[in-house]
Design a binder for this molecule. Structure first.
Ligand SMILES: [Zn+2]
Length: 99
């Protein structure tokens, strides 16, 4: 798994983006930055975000998702974003418009 912490990008934001691949992580992060933070995602921004992608072990993923309390997937509302962790793996991020 790949992980990007929005906080690491310089935002006062607890959003954590999880993805199976670096490309997916970048896409999700770009969508989040644009939707939530109103950031214009340029190639420069993408390159910046890319430097903050980290690998995530299963143990670390358990800690974020909730470990044994959510053995069949999980759901986490974080700020304006609803994160769904389907049991089949992967992540579905739904961004809630707070207006
Ligand atoms: Zn954010």
């Amino acid at each position: 798994m790949k992980i990007i912490r929005c906080h690491d990008l310089g935002f006062a934001c607890d959003q954590v983006i999880l993805a199976e691949s670096e490309e997916e992580a970048l896409n999700l992060a770009a969508e989040h930055a644009q939707t939530v933070h109103g950031v214009q995602v340029t190639p420069e921004v993408t390159a910046q975000v890319q430097t903050h992608i980290q690998d995530l072990s299963d143990e670390e993923l358990d800690q974020i998702v909730g470990g044994s309390s959510t053995p069949n997937g999980g759901l986490n509302v974080n700020g304006g974003t609803l994160n769904i962790y389907p049991p089949s793996g992967g992540t579905v991020n739904i961004f809630i418009n707070e207006d």
